[in-house]
Design a protein around this ligand. Structure first.
Ligand code: ADP
Ligand code: MG
Length: 695
């Protein structure tokens, strides 16, 4: 039969139902899937080496003999490490595996077996080793020519060589390649290879291509990376255009109360705050609904910027609501608003799960009659009975806790109100562009003057007694501390300290100190009670899981101790660290690391000692852990790229983004002849909502 890209691969020569099912289990169903199963690296046979000549970070390939296969537990944990020792005429080296690639993997290796090792040399505590290299069987017909050989991710029963062979065979069998879906002008302008050519070259690299291929910089790579970004950006551009096409409120230019608030403050706004507010103001008076994200580190003063925006709504005759993710935070905002906005004549309301039925009725009436100007609350705000007289602005604090659906419900409480979203999770600019591609972004990248920087120290478990003593000293001087654990309950598999258990131990060890316990399994009333006691300094040390992550403000707390810090992402550590350093006393963050962490992990956590800048932390986190880990890909709504990488390929992302936005600006509905294929492809990938509202 004539092969097309959408043909199922079981119809390929030499495949059949059984192998087809095996591929299918790994997500490869059609010929196109197979072609898009890109090599994860290229083996440069000319760069073959021997063990004695290895240097850290070399990507190498050479033959060696297995001399030992062993496994042991890592430190005190129950994590198992597999170690395959290999040698050649010049020396020996360990190949370590911290997880099992697939069941039965290690049974493949016996002493004396010849393997080809392909991988990157790692420096682990001054010793060179391989971590998760490819250990391949020596193919009988292996040719030692000047070749660059694609390496595919291996799976049970699917060796790299087998996958490679099958892919080679496809090129002779496919009779019908799809026509170019990118506009020709774009292809010409950016000198993009045709897609079939790109496929071909990816799987048949030029022998002399070496590094260009391994760095994903070949023409073939660039074409495919460009395309992955382009489709996503085109979708985002269409969503954004849809939002922009709606009509929105045109706030007026009055700034009387705003100026009053600014002059009444005991401090000056930072330039970053002024810039963010300026950007917001432009949106608010534009007549189009604002959809703006304000990103700024913990303590950068986002609340105030949102209050200025609320005043703008008020002076234009509109109501505002602010939704916070927890009661504690909603109450905190309410107290601030009472202090800063009530004197200017604003009537502020608070609505949370705790609000009594009687008070709800009153709130409902005052909202409907316009007597409440600014309603602050939790999720309770999205309940049906909450109806405004004329809602003009919706502010959402800590965006990542709310889904898009909730944004939608709030939106329907007004006719296209303006949206201001605030997040204290600094997202690298590279990611923000894509994750928040449908939003405009303002960044507050400057801290108010006079803040005393937090000092961070990473220590080993063996130094815990000293860390505890340090904490006790500060408490005896009247300060407070947080003690954070990664999990509430002991997991069978992972040997982690348990907050509850440690809480009991600490109480016995330091009877003179008042400890409190906070964890996610507690009822919200219980949590509030503990938080209130901590705020009122009836508790010295709050032992907690990560529930304190968001927004709590206790300026007297100056010590943050985080156990098993290696289990957290850097951005999360940074969030936690932001709970201290809010008052007049110098603050400290102590990151305790478990036993037996790798050099890589150590380096990662130690980055926290180097900077207090959340954006730098986030960039670094992204670089090492990738965007999926960083945000949780589901939560972030990021598509899984097959080849593109937001960090490595950032330059290409910018080009693709500009190209996509440019096309959509000129042809919002993609109905011009040269864009018809784009339109079809976009609707096919993203569904009919892709172009909804555009026009
Ligand atoms: P976040 O950005 O984390 O929400 P907040 O808005 O809660 O930060 O501000 C933290 C603290 O800094 C508050 O007490 C606020 O009053 C204060 N603050 C805000 N802006 C400034 C400024 N420009 N100078 C000094 N202090 C400020
Ligand atoms: Mg805040």
């Amino acid at each position: 039969m004539a092969l097309r890209l959408d043909t199922e691969i079981q119809y390929l020569k030499g495949v059949g139902p059984k192998l087809g099912a095996l591929f299918s289990r790994h997500g490869i169903k059609t010929v196109d899937d197979l072609l898009q199963n890109y090599p994860r690296a290229y083996e440069d046979r000319r760069a073959a080496r021997n063990i004695a000549s290895l240097k850290p970070d070399d990507l190498v390939s050479f033959k060696a003999t297995v001399v030992q296969v062993s496994s042991y537990n890592m430190g005190k944990s129950s994590r198992r490490v597999y170690d395959i020792t290999i040698r050649d005429a010049t020396g020996q080296i360990h190949c370590k595996f911290f997880r099992t690639p697939y069941k039965g993997y290690f049974e493949r290796f016996q002493n004396g077996k010849e393997v080809r090792v392909v991988g990157k040399v790692t420096d682990y505590r001054g010793r060179l080793e391989f971590h998760h290299p490819d250990l391949k069987d020596i193919e009988p017909e292996e040719e030692v020519t000047d070749a660059l050989i694609p390496i595919y991710v291996e799976n049970e029963g699917l060796s790299s060589a087998k996958i490679g062979k099958l892919i080679q065979s496809v090129f002779n069998q496919v009779k019908e390649w799809p026509v170019e879906s990118l506009p020709l002008e774009l292809v010409r302008k950016h000198q993009l290879l045709a897609r079939p050519d790109a496929y071909y070259q990816i799987h048949h690299p030029e022998a002399t291509g070496g590094n260009v291929y391994n760095e994903f910089k070949s023409h073939a790579h660039q074409r495919l990376i460009f395309e992955e970004f382009f489709w996503l950006e085109l979708y985002l551009a269409s969503k954004k255009a849809g939002l922009k096409a709606e009509k929105g409120f045109e706030f007026n230019n009055a700034e009387i109360k705003i100026q009053k608030l600014i002059t009444s403050l005991p401090f000056k706004l930072t330039n970053a705050q002024l810039r963010a507010y300026d950007e917001i103001k432009k949106d608010l008076i534009s007549g189009k609904p604002m959809n703006r994200l304000v990103q700024g580190d913990v303590g950068s003063g986002k609340t105030l910027v949102s209050f200025l925006s609320c005043l703008k709504a008020h002076e234009s005759g509109f109501q505002t609501c602010l939704m916070a993710p927890t009661e504690i935070l909603a109450e905190q905002h309410f107290r601030n608003a009472e202090k800063q906005l009530a004197p200017l004549g604003l009537n502020v309301g608070l609505l949370t799960g705790k609000t009594k039925a009687k008070d709800r009725k009153e709130i409902a009436e005052k909202l409907a009659s316009g007597k409440i100007h600014f309603l602050i609350g939790t999720h309770a705000l999205i309940e049906d009975w909450v109806q405004f007289q004329n809602l003009g602005l919706v502010i959402i604090d800590e965006q990542h806790r709310f889904g898009v659906a909730q944004r939608g419900i709030l939106k329907n409480k007004g006719t296209s109100p303006h949206f201001l979203i605030m997040t204290a999770t600094p997202i690298p600019r590279t990611l923000a562009m894509t994750v928040y591609g449908d939003l405009d972004v303002s960044i507050i990248d400057e801290m108010p003057v006079g803040r005393i920087p937090i000092q961070t120290r990473v220590i080993n478990e063996t130094k815990r007694p000293q860390a505890l003593q340090f904490m006790v000293d500060h408490i005896s001087r009247g300060r407070q501390a947080y003690f954070v654990y990664p999990l509430v309950e002991e997991s069978e598999k992972i040997d982690l300290k348990n907050a509850t258990e440690e809480f009991e131990k600490l109480k016995v060890q330091f009877p003179q100190i008042r400890f409190g316990l906070l964890h996610g399994k507690m009822k919200s009333a219980e949590k509030d009670a503990v938080m209130t006691e901590f705020r009122e300094h009836k508790i010295d040390v709050l032992v907690s899981t990560t529930v304190i992550e968001v927004g709590v403000d206790v300026p007297n707390a100056t010590i943050m101790v985080i156990e098993h810090s290696e289990r957290f992402g850097l951005s999360q550590l940074h969030q936690l660290r932001g709970r201290v350093g809010r008052g007049e006393h110098k603050s400290f963050c102590i990151l305790i690391m478990g036993y037996a962490v790798s050099q890589e992990t150590k380096t990662r956590v130690e980055f926290m000692e180097k900077t207090n800048d959340g954006f730098k932390v986030a960039e670094f986190d992204l670089e090492i852990r990738g965007p999926g880990e960083f945000m949780g890909s589901k939560q972030s709504g990021l598509p899984g790229f097959k080849m593109a990488n937001l960090v490595r390929d950032f330059e290409t992302l910018k080009i693709a983004r500009d190209a996509a936005f440019d096309i959509l600006a000129k042809d919002p509905k993609l109905t011009k002849k040269e864009n018809l294929l784009l339109r079809e492809e976009l609707l096919k990938s993203y569904g009919p909502t892709a172009l909804a509202g555009v026009g």
